[in-house]
Write a protein that binds this ligand. Structure first.
Ligand SMILES: [Zn+2]
Length: 118
């Protein structure tokens, strides 16, 4: 298994590519969390802002991106579909929250490959 550092390096390089696609597609982007402490995760869990205590944010292997077009924040899931598709093509270990139906702004890299080829 690849070391955590090696995964984090690859994740960060892929995040760079993801951001570049955002900009070249005419969007502005702000970032939410990348790293999250266990305490913060527990708070989110209690507030029902997350469904897991085992987030990839704890490993610096996840990011939340907020897309803007003409200074308008895009909150609809559909706005993130093209990014989810691109993210999946960058690495078979990349997962996009868009496909879960409740976390479209979330992009993460796991230690294992997806079963699909999205
Ligand atoms: Zn997230």
């Amino acid at each position: 298994m690849a070391s955590l550092n090696k995964l984090q390096f690859t994740f960060t390089r892929n995040l760079n590519k993801l951001l570049t696609v955002c900009f070249s597609s005419g969007f502005e982007v702000t970032m939410g969390e990348v790293f999250r402490t266990e305490l913060q995760q527990q708070v989110y869990f209690k507030l029902c802002k997350t469904k897991t205590l085992d987030s990839y944010h704890l490993k610096r292997l996840a990011v939340d991106l907020h897309l803007f077009k003409d200074n308008i924040f895009l909150s609809e899931n559909s706005a993130y579909e093209f990014l989810a598709e691109y993210w999946g093509k960058l690495d078979p270990r990349n997962f996009a929250g868009y496909y879960w139906g409740w976390d479209a702004m979330h992009f993460e890299m796991r230690e294992y490959e997806r079963s699909d080829r999205r």
